[in-house]
Design a protein around this ligand. Structure first.
Ligand code: C2E
Ligand code: MG
Ligand code: MG
Length: 696
């Protein structure tokens, strides 16, 4: 039960986080308007007072009101939809209400609830965002629960009606009931006493205490932070209810009151939660990823004390990672500032500056001395130090999560057989990441950022016979994106034609270089995937590339991978025949693992068999593997086909494979795949054999 509740809670938190992230365009829109409206430049503020400026000011005000006003409603819908997306589906999809129905229900509920509160109270009294979150969670949970209750789906229609109609009718009653519940809850909420009384009590406490200023600043900061933490504009709450807190604080030396200007400048440096410190810690700690991107976008508004971007974008809101420093940093700054004032370290000037005045500047303007600047700088350093370990922990978790997701995505891509639903069409994180990696790959192929390496092949006497070309993606976004994953992704995403064309041209250029350097006897093998073969224009494309190089097809081996089900459609067959007619030597790669290996030998004129690495790797320990290899080499001898052993990692392994009848050897025992230039050196150190075996 507790575990189930915890899982449900985690689901809620994730949905709220996702909703805030989806809200970023709206947030940014509002933040930009706030920034323009409140730019702390005298000539700008002066312009806004003129007739022309007033029109601009009015426009900005409408944007601010509109974006703020709609954010609660938007959150209600987004939270509901994100939660619906994350909820585990039951045995049939019929158990799950459609996404749109959930969004609609949440929208209705939000309107009903806010109108009710407004009617009964006159003002909403607390922030719409919190209501939006609550309504969103409730709506998604309720609709899911209700769609599983047959008695609640009164208007259930036969399944042969239009599916949209079916869903809409089925959910009529649950949607109405859900609205009524929201309405009732809002009515109850509206008659509860407002939070004003709490603030008056706190203010009384501060006034009676000998350390009233410390208490007042702590109460004010806690209020501000805790409300912001649940997504509610803490500043609004303080302005609406917290006035008594500032007024009640005992006067500071010099007759100054603890006021909002002071609070903004010295406690909330950079916006609620001393966000400048958080941003600094983020910049110094996260090398890449979402945290760093958000930190970069949020830096400019934060300079003007606007913190929505980082609070909702990172997000800090409802993130268990940031609760402690988000409270601790400004509380420490608050106590520090009051101490500095009480001890007479700085004097305040009776000036009123806009709340968007950047830190340091505001410190200077408020105190007219370096002391204010120093206090603010010290505050930023202190808050950076407080945020530091938490940012580090969040970064560690981010990296671990990213690793997990990349590995999962890579495995899904590799396991994706043709004919199965593509990873790239999935709506979950795996699909999203797959699409992102594919876009990067496409771009890197276009800009020639891929590399081709070449792995040597040797005969039984260790003489060099040739190389296999293997693609490398040095700027792959993660180490889980191996060449095999890259190729599978390119196949899945329709980029294999471009990739394969590039590989082929590079391989031919390498062969030209070999010929020029006097290593004309060496062959170069190129991998070709079944997906390429299924493309009707493949053979012509290869012929065209060949025409641009001074290489004969006989010098090139084409390795057709067996791991995918080899296509036996007429197009692939025609392509393979065309390649053979042109004179390319055909090799069956990863032989022995697929289902159709032997069939291909009958259908095509195969010159080379490459035994699958999983067979050769454990050949000395695994008797069955050895038997299979012996059977393959016997087949090779009978048909005059060279048998290549891949993954040869030691001399002993090579000898064992040779004794079993393999004639060509490739693997780390000789060399890993090397860049083209290193291969030429390799050739000089390992004189080639005169003629490749099995190819006379
Ligand atoms: P493959 O064609 O069977 O290539 C052999 C793989 O084994 C290569 O992995 C190679 O680096 C690795 N290997 C070689 N010797 C050893 C060894 O001694 N021990 C071990 N453990 N591994 C060894 P790589 O480069 O990661 O390529 C993986 C697969 O990706 C290739 O398998 C091939 O199917 C595909 N691939 C690579 N480049 C291309 C390409 O340009 N086009 C196409 N269509 N597929 C490619
Ligand atoms: Mg190969
Ligand atoms: Mg292979």
């Amino acid at each position: 039960m507790r575990a189930r509740l915890a899982r449900r809670g985690a689901l809620w938190l994730l949905s709220i986080r996702d909703a805030f992230v989806s809200l970023i365009p709206l947030t940014l829109f509002g933040v930009l308007a706030v920034l323009l409206r409140n730019l702390p430049l005298p000539f700008h503020q002066h312009y806004l007072q003129t007739a022309d400026g007033a029109a601009l000011g009015g426009l900005l005000d409408r944007i601010i009101e509109g974006t703020h006003g709609v954010s609660g409603l938007a959150l209600a819908v987004l939270v509901a939809i994100h939660l619906r997306q994350r909820q585990p589906a039951g045995p049939t999809m019929d158990d799950m209400p459609p996404m749109l129905a959930v969004g609609l229900s949440s929208l209705i509920n939000f309107m009903l609830a806010t109108l009710t509160i407004f009617h009964q109270r006159g003002a909403l009294g607390f922030d719409l965002m919190l209501i939006g979150i609550g309504i969103g969670l409730f709506s998604a949970e309720y609709l899911r629960w209700a769609s599983r209750r047959r008695w609640l789906t009164l208007f259930d229609t036969a399944h042969d009606t239009d599916t949209e109609m079916h869903a809409a009718l089925r959910l009529c009653l649950p949607t109405i009931v859900s609205g009524l519940i929201a309405l009732t809850a809002a009515s109850l909420l509206a008659v509860l006493p407002g939070p004003d009384r709490l603030f008056v009590a706190l203010a009384g406490l501060a006034q009676e205490s000998t350390h009233g200023n410390y208490l007042a600043v702590t109460f004010a900061t806690l209020t501000n932070q805790l409300f912001w933490f649940v997504g509610v504009h803490g500043g609004h709450i303080l302005d609406t209810f917290g006035g008594s807190l500032f007024a009640a604080a005992p006067a500071l030396p010099g007759g100054h009151l603890l006021n909002r200007t002071l609070f903004n400048a010295f406690v909330l440096v950079g916006g609620a939660g001393a966000t400048l410190g958080l941003l600094a810690a983020l910049h110094l700690n996260s090398r890449c990823g979402g945290q760093r991107r958000i930190a970069r976008i949020a830096a400019i508004p934060a300079l003007f004390n606007i913190n929505e971007m980082v609070l909702f974008g990172l997000p800090v809101v409802l993130s268990p990672f940031y609760l402690i420093p988000f409270v601790l940093a400004p509380v420490s700054l608050g106590l520090l500032s009051v101490a500095a004032l009480n001890l007479g370290w700085l004097e305040l000037r009776p000036v009123n500056i806009p709340w968007t005045t950047p830190p340091i500047l505001s410190g200077w303007l408020l105190t007219g001395s370096l002391a204010g600047v120093l206090l603010q700088s010290g505050g930023i350093l202190l808050s950076t130090a407080i945020y530091w370990p938490f940012v580090k922990a969040a970064e560690r978790q981010r990296v671990a999560g990213e690793d997990r997701l990349f590995k999962e995505t890579a495995e899904t891509i590799l396991g994706n057989r043709p004919g199965r639903a593509s990873v790239l069409r999935r709506t979950d994180e795996t699909g999203l990441l797959g699409r992102r990696v594919l876009a990067r790959l496409r771009e890197d192929i276009r800009h020639g950022r891929l590399l081709l390496h070449f792995q040597p092949k040797h005969d039984g006497e260790d003489r060099l016979l040739g190389f296999e070309a293997l693609v490398r993606w040095p700027q792959a976004p993660h180490r889980a994106i191996t060449p095999a994953v890259t190729v599978a992704l390119a196949e899945d995403g329709g980029a294999i034609g471009d990739l394969g064309g590039w590989v082929f041209a590079q391989a031919l250029a390498f062969k030209e270089a070999l010929n020029r350097e006097g290593f004309g006897v060496l062959t170069v093998a190129v991998n070709v995937s079944p997906v390429q073969l299924a493309d009707a224009g493949f053979a012509e494309r290869i012929a065209a590339i060949l025409g641009e190089h001074r290489v004969r097809p006989e010098e090139i081996e084409i390795e057709i991978t067996e791991s995918h089900a080899m296509p036996d459609d007429p197009t692939s067959e025609r392509n393979i025949r065309r390649l053979a007619e042109m004179g390319f030597a055909l090799a069956m790669d990863d032989f022995g693992m697929g289902h159709t290996s032997l069939l291909h030998l009958r259908r095509f004129d195969v010159a080379v068999i490459k035994i699958d690495g999983s067979l050769t790797r454990e050949v000395r320990e695994n008797g069955t593997n050895a038997d299979i290899i012996r059977a393959i080499t016997a087949l090779g001898r009978a048909r005059g086909i060279a048998v290549v052993a891949e993954f040869v990692e030691s001399g002993a392994q090579k000898q064992a494979l040779q004794a079993m009848g393999c004639t060509v050897f490739q693997g780390y025992h000789y060399s890993p795949p090397l860049p083209a230039a290193a291969c030429l050196d390799y050739c000089r150190r390992h004189p080639p054999a005169a003629t490749p075996p099995g190819r006379a």
